[in-house]
Design a protein around this ligand. Structure first.
Ligand code: UDP
Ligand code: MG
Length: 318
């Protein structure tokens, strides 16, 4: 077996500030891995421009002209981080043996790549990059992120704790993964479903080198909700249970009302009736909302629209 060809997959969205700083770091790492004889000389770094509105694509094109190890593809519009990573993975699966996806902002420690490649050489097909601590995060980010994993777990979604999208995946896994046709993507919850031998490597996550996070609370909540409703039907069961409990309480309430009415004491009670009506109304709306979320997903899935569209690419010179 020859040395494996590696592709580093890097999604970029409005990253003109940080890309010129981190791109040379990625190249240095790739060169070091090649020189250590762990990976093939044909290994590459693939940037996916996720429809940036700033100079990101121009920077990627310039990088590709500068060094033949850099290459880039551009999505026709902004589709979000998950779709950008997917585009990179699907574009690479037939041209390499292993892929490592990583953010372009320098937050994930590139030195963990050595260990990832070692794990692959030892026979693992998926290697999850897991954050060992979250010291650099604010208390709020840490708390919301940790609750996120707990809720996912309690909903029966099998995802690796504290793993974002820094991950080594072999092309063998990607060939199988290509058969997962869903449009609603939650990659970190989907790879465990593919199976194969996997392991984790631990690294410390740094602060962003430059630029700003594109994941404000609103997007984080959306990702969490997407993760749960894409991979678990437990919320639907919970609704049924909730409905059952409330129905039982209502039944007791009805009996109580009848007894009170039979005793001839019916004048007071307007307040409690109003409360009950409001409460039931609220619960029904929540339940409808959750069911609606699933119906919405079915709506998106049945259309089978393309999950990414590439409008431009740099010349491949290797
Ligand atoms: N990103 C993307 N499309 C988007 C938002 C983000 O491709 O719509 C990329 C971004 O360029 C970065 C990665 O996804 O490489 C993670 O984003 P960010 O650092 O903003 O998120 P955080 O690390 O704060 O969760
Ligand atoms: Mg980041």
């Amino acid at each position: 077996m020859g040395k494996p060809v590696l592709r580093i997959i890097i999604p970029c969205y409005n990253e003109e500030e940080v890309l010129p700083i981190t791109a040379p770091m990625f190249l240095e790492k790739l060169t070091a891995l090649m020189e250590a004889g762990k990976i093939s000389r044909r290994s590459k770094i693939l940037f996916i421009d996720d429809g940036s509105r700033d100079k990101t694509w121009e920077i990627i094109q310039a990088l590709a002209r500068q060094d033949s190890h850099f290459m880039g593809i551009k999505q026709s519009r902004n589709r979000g981080h998950q779709n950008a990573v997917l585009a990179g993975l699907m574009e690479s699966k037939d041209h390499c043996d292993i892929t490592i996806s990583i953010d372009c902002d320098g937050q994930d420690d590139i030195n963990a790549m050595d260990e990832m490649v070692d794990a692959y050489l030892d026979g693992c097909e998926i290697v999850y990059g897991v954050r060992s601590k979250r010291d650099t995060d604010t208390f709020f980010k840490r708390f919301t992120a940790q609750s996120f994993y707990k809720v996912l777990r309690s909903m029966g979604v099998d995802s690796v704790y504290n793993h974002a999208d820094y991950r080594l995946v072999s092309s063998r896994v990607l060939q199988e993964f290509a058969n997962f046709k869903e449009v609603n993507l939650f990659l970190r919850g989907m790879f465990p479903l593919v199976g194969f031998k996997s392991t984790s490597v631990y690294y410390e996550r740094h602060e962003r080198i430059a630029g700003e996070s594109h994941y404000p609370l609103r997007k984080m909540l959306a990702l969490a909700f997407d993760g749960i409703t894409s991979l678990s039907v437990k919320p639907l069961h919970l609704i049924t249970t909730l409905g059952g409990i409330i129905a039982a309480f209502s039944f007791i309430g009805v009996i109580w009302t009848l007894i009170v009415a039979l005793c001839g004491n019916t004048v007071p009670g307007w307040a409690s009736m109003t409360c009950i009506i409001c409460f039931i109304g609220g619960v029904q709306l929540i339940c409808l909302g959750v069911i609606g979320a699933y119906v919405g997903k079915i709506f998106l899935e049945v259309k089978q629209r393309p999950r990414y569209i590439i409008s431009d690419r740099t010349e491949d010179r290797l």
